[in-house]
Design a protein around this ligand. Structure first.
Ligand code: 9Z3
Length: 321
């Protein structure tokens, strides 16, 4: 959700706006548990002689509830494909990954499974055993073993969100748990975050009644959390945000403005229709076009993208030390 002319995008967000957003949000149900899990995860991946770099990958879209006892909500198209595929490449590159994902969207190592994997990929044999059915044997085996390996060896922590309130509270909690990591931390913010929302206190409590006539509702701007993320929560981390547009003409201009305004290390600019083919990485040193290798079947744009990011993150760590 974004203003069509994009002008309000870069309006100032004050500390009061941020405070009032968090103060008025319905509290996260399991905040203490999320904090404990993230701190343990950070600790575990920092203990050894060669501590791992840790990346927070956000993935999928946030919802905007219209009622407190929510029956209806505004949603976002994001499938979570970018985030989950990227998480896989970060794991392969040796990073520990906190995967903050929208409930029900793609998961790392499962992007090539069909929609209903349980029913489509499995079968019950004559002896009542459950096995993978052709042609999914290899895909299922890899999905299960890679995913279990990453979670059981403690390099993948998955945390779900649904609403804009849950997403931003999780982001703050996770960022504060990662604050001790300095330049070893990477933020890769691929989630599609609502620009507008209905503040909790002005939201209808019960289901909005159609008998009341046409719906007249005021959405207000979500405070720009990238500002506080960079300034207060993660000043030394390597921060990458995404810019999505449907109008190619304004994409790069807005990505560069975001880079400067929020002091990001990179902004990954993508256009809705070509997002799986190409992205443009906007940095202070210039723009880099990253494309998937079209000569290789199944090649994705995330592979060269994460390669470039790991390289730049390494350079940033070296110059910080
Ligand atoms: C992206 O631009 C992601 O690349 C996509 C990935 C959401 C397009 P899919 O999940 O798609 O693979 O289907 N994410 C960020 C989008 C966003 O909300 N950006 C905000 C903006 O453009 C800044 S936080 O203003």
């Amino acid at each position: 959700m974004e203003a069509s002319n994009g002008l309000r995008d870069f309006e100032e967000t004050s500390n009061d706006d941020i405070k009032s957003f968090f103060d008025s949000s319905p509290p996260l149900k399991n905040a203490a548990e999320i904090k404990r899990k993230t701190e343990e995860f950070v600790q575990m991946n920092s203990d050894s002689e060669h501590p791992r770099r840790i990346v927070l990958v956000t993935s999928g879209g946030t919802t905007v509830p219209l009622e407190q006892r929510c029956v209806r909500y505004i949603d976002n198209f994001s499938s979570g494909h970018r985030g989950s595929t990227s998480a896989e490449y970060f794991l392969k590159a040796g990073y520990a990954v906190v995967f903050l994902y929208r409930e029900g969207t793609y998961q790392p190592f499962c992007t090539s499974l069909p929609n209903n994997p349980l029913l489509e990929c499995l079968q019950v044999t004559d002896k009542s055993n459950i096995t993978a059915r052709p042609p999914y044997e290899k895909t299922v085996k890899e999905a299960i073993s890679n995913s279990h390996a990453a979670t059981s060896c403690g390099t993948l922590l998955k945390l779900p969100f649904t609403t804009i309130f849950e997403y931003l509270q999780n982001l703050q909690l996770i960022a504060s748990s990662m604050s001790s990591l300095g330049s070893r931390a990477l933020f890769y913010l691929a989630a599609a975050v609502s620009d507008f929302y209905v503040p909790w206190e002005s939201m209808a409590v019960h289901k909005i009644q159609s008998s009341s006539g046409p719906l007249d509702m005021r959405l207000v701007q979500v405070p720009k959390m990238l500002l506080v993320l960079r300034r207060d929560w993660a000043p030394k981390a390597f921060c990458i945000s995404f810019k999505l547009e449907t109008d190619k003409e304004i994409l790069l201009k807005k990505a560069r403005t975001a880079l400067e305004k929020y002091n990001m290390d990179m902004v990954v600019a993508n256009e809705l229709l070509t997002r799986k083919e190409e992205v443009i990485v906007v940095t202070k040193g210039g723009n880099v076009v990253v494309q998937r290798d079209r000569t290789r079947v199944g090649a994705d744009v995330e592979e060269p993208l994460i390669e470039l990011i790991v390289e730049q993150h390494s350079a940033a760590i070296s110059s910080a030390s």
